[in-house]
Design a protein around this ligand. Structure first.
Ligand SMILES: [Zn+2]
Ligand SMILES: [Zn+2]
Ligand SMILES: [Zn+2]
Length: 144
């Protein structure tokens, strides 16, 4: 299967052993191309993958720079695939996330954030920008 090969290759680039849960979870991210919550993943994945394995796999992916956290307006933590710039030494992207109020999907938008100057004494750890609106697909659908 082509997708599994792609997963294997991706795992190899990150120096990770290829295991069925890793393959399966990574496969989901590649297939869905929008941010997924724990619940989304649990719903999609075959039932014999337990919560602990899922939790651990996501943690490993986060640490290795495969996926990053996406904060949603509902307060649910979601995850999305990183770009090539990320590795276990750190994540390198302060991009914008877009939540569609029509389909409810959250996507990474590849637009760079304008430099934000903080007052003296403040330092940035993480930046989360969430824009809400109608996504490309939904606006196309409403025109037809
Ligand atoms: Zn990243
Ligand atoms: Zn949408
Ligand atoms: Zn993102």
């Amino acid at each position: 299967m082509i997708m599994i090969t792609a997963c294997d290759r991706l795992l190899k680039t990150f120096n990770m052993r290829s295991t069925p849960p890793r393959q399966e979870i990574l496969f989901l991210f590649l297939k869905k191309n929008y941010a997924l919550s724990h619940g989304d993943i649990e719903k999609e994945i075959r039932s014999n993958l337990d919560r602990v394995t899922l939790y651990r796999t996501l943690k490993t992916f986060l640490d290795k720079g495969v996926i990053h956290k996406v904060l949603d307006d509902e307060g649910t933590l979601k995850y999305a695939l990183c770009n090539e710039a990320c590795s276990e030494t750190g994540h390198h992207h302060d991009h914008v996330h877009f939540k569609c109020i029509s389909c409810g999907q959250t996507n990474c938008l590849n637009i760079e954030l304008p430099g934000i100057k903080l007052p003296k004494g403040y330092s940035v750890n993480e930046i989360n920008v969430l824009i809400q609106g109608i996504c490309e697909r939904c606006s196309e659908n409403s025109v037809r």
